[in-house]
Design a protein around this ligand. Structure first.
Ligand SMILES: *[C@@H]1O[C@H](CO)[C@@H](O)[C@H](O)[C@H]1NC(C)=O
Ligand SMILES: *[C@@H]1O[C@H](CO)[C@@H](O)[C@H](O)[C@H]1NC(C)=O
Ligand SMILES: *[C@@H]1O[C@H](CO)[C@@H](O)[C@H](O)[C@H]1NC(C)=O
Ligand SMILES: *[C@@H]1O[C@H](CO)[C@@H](O)[C@H](O)[C@H]1NC(C)=O
Ligand SMILES: *[C@@H]1O[C@H](CO)[C@@H](O)[C@H](O)[C@H]1NC(C)=O
Ligand SMILES: [Cu+2]
Length: 234
């Protein structure tokens, strides 16, 4: 009878430790599923099809490219460089003046390198879109571009730039319109920056979970070991 009880207590002192180890491996199985949530986020793949325009790259008062064809449904994504440029739509014969309800990116101050904000427009038809930068003196210096220029006639980008030289000031709409401002850093990686802290949080909580499970195992094991020792001595 004595021996049987001793054996039972010995077993009970070991079982919680084994359970705790199973708890630990359960935790790592959980972190496997959290890594699959991390890889499941890539919603911005459509943006990779956008036509890219660099605004003010290498300190120039230029859009690169400054002439392009685009089809209905295409998106055009502007990326900004120093100092503080913008994209504004005008009529061909009113250079440096905003067209009513036309495109305006807002001013995009950048201190160095490629700015982290983007402006993206969607092409709704293939009519010409004349664009200029509303920063002081930039339009007058030829900072302009055209999407879907007329295939013939006198409405050329050079004619627009020449007319722009004759203007004295540039103006811009009061608010961003005609497109979407995004963050280069947050739009493609918002998924990864958004999910990586949460997934590390989950793995942390899983880790603390398995740590507390092993503590339960150790404490329960110690109690039964103590009881078994007391029984043996008595
Ligand atoms: C950028 O330019 C606009 C228009 O000139 C101005 O209002 C704004 O303060 C400038 N931003 C910075 C950070 O220089
Ligand atoms: C974008 O750049 C500005 C400085 O140019 C910085 O203050 C800001 O934190 C950046 N934003 C992101 C989302 O990286
Ligand atoms: C610019 O102004 C000058 C003088 O007013 C004029 O002769 C010239 O035709 C103008 N150029 C354009 C492209 O409007
Ligand atoms: C295209 O149409 C949408 C919806 O009306 C509008 O929000 C957008 O500004 C238009 N794009 C351009 C380049 O005008
Ligand atoms: C975002 O900016 C980084 C550098 O800041 C650049 O390498 C990357 O190509 C940019 N991504 C897009 C989508 O413009
Ligand atoms: Cu500019």
């Amino acid at each position: 009878m004595d021996r049987l009880l001793r054996a039972v207590f010995l077993l009970l002192s070991i079982v919680p430790v084994i359970l705790a180890q199973y708890g630990g491996s359960g935790g790592s199985g959980g972190s496997g599923s959290s890594s699959s949530t991390t890889s499941a986020t890539s919603p911005d793949s459509t943006m990779s099809g956008a036509i890219k325009v660099d605004v003010g790259e290498d300190g120039g008062l230029i859009y690169k490219p400054d002439t392009m064809k685009a089809s209905t449904g295409d998106t055009i994504q502007f990326t900004f460089y120093p100092q503080n440029h913008s994209v504004v739509q005008s009529a061909f014969d009113k250079p440096c003046q905003p067209q009513q309800n036309g495109i305006f990116s807002g001013f995009m101050p950048v201190s160095s390198g490629q700015g982290n904000m983007t402006f993206t427009i969607t092409i709704n038809d293939t009519k010409p879109i004349w664009l200029y930068c509303a920063q002081t003196a930039h339009c007058q210096s030829g900072m302009a571009m055209v999407i879907n220029p007329p295939s013939s006639g006198q409405n050329t980008l050079n004619a627009y730039k020449n007319a722009a030289k004759n203007t004295s000031t540039s103006t811009a709409p009061a608010a961003v319109q005609g497109g979407v401002v995004g963050s280069n850093q947050t739009s493609p990686s918002s998924s990864s920056t958004g999910s990586s802290p949460s997934s590390s949080a989950t793995s942390k909580s899983q880790a603390s979970n398995s740590v507390s499970r092993s503590w339960v195992g150790v404490v329960v094991g110690a109690i039964f070991s103590g009881l078994w020792a007391a029984w043996t001595i008595a």
